[in-house]
Design a protein around this ligand. Structure first.
Ligand SMILES: [Zn+2]
Length: 296
């Protein structure tokens, strides 16, 4: 009985090698993460030569042209983010994001520091806090920062609830943001605790919102101290990174203190941007708008 078993094992092994080899070609495709650092001063790359039959390689252009913006659809999915959420900006630009506010003690301090360093950022706000402190949301918007929906009550299990319940939560939060700062576009959703599910990402997409994950997480909510927060962010930030920080949800002294190091450090190395506000309502890619090279 040993011989047939050995033959069967050999056949299985050959089949698995073939499968792995076939699968590996797929993984060899260029990742959308702009790993190759492109300093902002570098002139735009020449247009790639596109053969009529071959599929165009959109990545070099996507790195140089913002793939969303006032007349463009929300950011496309990023295959590297959990459940189809977005983990990078899609360009070489770096985005600072602040969660769990607005907070009357910490949000004004963060806004002040951003103003001093002429940096724009993205604020993922909690609906209940928006309702309580609408003037802070107005201030965030009026200073040119982008707003992002961080759910109504920071329910970390939101994504496991019924689709209709998730939609209601998201809409209620968007309504509160728009009531606080009329005319605001809400093109991003960040799940509380990053506990993404396919349902939550799908619900956000149906409301025209990109699901916003992150690249760099210094876990500042755990209050590791300003020095640790700054070190982690300054060392781990790569081109295209989305940096997760907090301006609410507890004592944020460590975060605000760390920003005094993070802001000048990162600003000297990367363009620091507010994520593009997108369109509201979102236009349909290739239907309401022509498809641009660099979009997918
Ligand atoms: Zn949060």
């Amino acid at each position: 009985m040993r011989v047939p078993f050995a033959i069967a094992s050999a056949i299985l092994a050959i089949l698995s090698i073939g499968y792995l080899f076939g699968a590996s070609t797929k993984e060899d495709q260029p990742a959308p993460v702009p790993a190759a650092a492109k300093p902002s001063t570098v002139a735009p790359l020449p247009m790639p030569e596109i053969e009529t039959e071959a599929e165009p390689d959109v990545f070099p252009l996507a790195r140089l042209n913002p793939i969303t913006g006032p007349d463009r659809p929300p950011l496309p999915d990023d295959e590297h983010g959990p459940h189809g959420s977005r983990r990078t900006t899609g360009t070489y630009e770096v985005a600072l994001t602040f969660d769990d506010g607005p907070d009357p003690r910490w949000t004004p301090e963060v806004l002040d520091l951003l103003r001093q360093h002429r940096v724009k950022a993205t604020f993922c706000v909690v609906g209940m806090m928006v309702q309580e402190f609408p003037h802070l949301v107005r201030e965030i918007a009026s200073e040119g920062h982008t707003l992002c929906n961080h759910s109504w009550g920071h329910d970390t299990r939101l994504g496991t609830r019924a689709y209709s319940a998730i939609l209601d939560d998201m809409k209620r939060t968007n309504d509160a943001i728009r009531a606080a700062a009329p005319g605001t576009r809400v093109s991003y959703f960040r799940h509380p605790g990053g506990a993404w599910t396919d349902t939550a990402v799908g619900a956000a997409r149906s409301l025209g919102m990109s699901s916003l994950h992150w690249t760099v997480d210094p876990r500042d909510w755990g209050r590791p101290g300003a020095r640790a927060i700054a070190a982690e962010v300054n060392q781990s930030t790569i081109p295209g990174a989305i940096v997760l920080l907090h301006d609410g949800g507890g004592d944020r002294r460590g975060t605000t203190e760390a920003l005094r190091s993070i802001l000048p450090n990162l600003a000297a190395r990367y363009p620091l941007v507010a994520l593009p506000p997108g369109v509201d309502p979102p236009r349909r890619h290739g239907f309401d708008l022509p498809i641009h090279l660099g979009q997918r």
